[in-house]
Design a protein around this ligand. Sequence first.
Ligand SMILES: Nc1ncnc2c1ncn2[C@@H]1O[C@H](COP(=O)(O)OP(=O)(O)OP(=O)(O)O)[C@@H](O)[C@H]1O
Ligand SMILES: [Mg+2]
Length: 350
Amino acid sequence: MLFKKKEPIGLDIGSSSLKVAKITGTKTGYELSLYNELQLPQGLIVDGIISDSSTLVSQIKELIRTAGLKSGDVNIGISGHSSVIVKKISLPLATYDELSASIISEAEQYIPFDISEVNLDFEILGTKRDEEDMMDVLLVAVKKNIMDSYVEAVQQAGLNPVVLDIDSFALSNIFEINYPEDINKNIAIVNVGASKTSINILQSGAPVFTRDSAIGSNYHTEELCRAFDLSWENAERLKKGQPIEKVSPEEAAIVLSSASDELFAEVYRSFEYFRSSISDEVMNEVYLSGGAALIKGFQDAMIERLSLKVAVMDPFKNISISPKLDASYIKDIAPSAVVALGLAIRRAGD
Ligand SMILES: Nc1ncnc2c1ncn2[C@@H]1O[C@H](COP(=O)(O)OP(=O)(O)OP(=O)(O)O)[C@@H](O)[C@H]1O
Ligand SMILES: [Mg+2]
């Protein structure tokens, strides 16, 4: 190749914070060459919908300025149960071109949104194991107005969107790079963010179940606010293990643990659905990510509640961190960086 492919940045527009990452290909593999984050005001993004676009634009500008960037190519992700539907469906064998022509009519029955309001994409996964005249197809539908609002925000911030990804695909991409040895197992990636929990089940590397539930770690914060009559800021501090007046870490742990149970019940329901409708095979392992993975005791409680092996995903198993960056800080917050890293690793055309 004459020119080195331009490396995009990955920008994760989460409801609680923006995260930007750049991953550079090196002779020996991948290296994280940039990572920055910025807290967003609460209520700016609710249920995936941008409530105040001009504030988001100025926040993105602020983030890229502090990261030392001005412009450039960016990969962003869309997520949320009211914005994106990812479904594995079975259809009679057809070529890519044949399916391109018929996908709208085929998809209609599977998409709970008005078909004229979505952008559709699909991937042919292969012939079904038990029915040779049928094939598995992964169907992706994204609400046009939501997608446009994210694209416009990054453009107005001076960036050039090149890949519009889905958060759950970014999660499976970063997983595959770091855990190639686990690719033939049944794996669940559970990313618990502030406003949602993304559950992504992979069977031999292919997504078989993807769902964003509308409960995330804001629920922990709300429960702390309610139990101890705290401001949002103080409840967030308490959740992160920082000392606050009048509430001990032990008292907080009891409230956090019962809030976690609600979250795990949602995850458990998805796993039950996998077992009953998709596969009788056992789930081998759960990989946990998202900011909630940083809550003390969360991983252990999840192991106990789901009776499964749960590991916190380490996105730096096969990605090194540039010596220019604060590796110890980045490793500490790694679970919350995985979506940004998964977005950063995508190249247009992949
Ligand atoms: N060190 C920590 N200890 C405990 N909780 C933390 C810690 N760091 C972040 N969190 C919590 O994790 C959540 C943020 O996680 P994350 O960054 O994955 O969410 P997000 O991507 O902004 O939101 P979403 O994906 O739901 O839109 C917040 O609720 C925050 O309080
Ligand atoms: Mg997120």
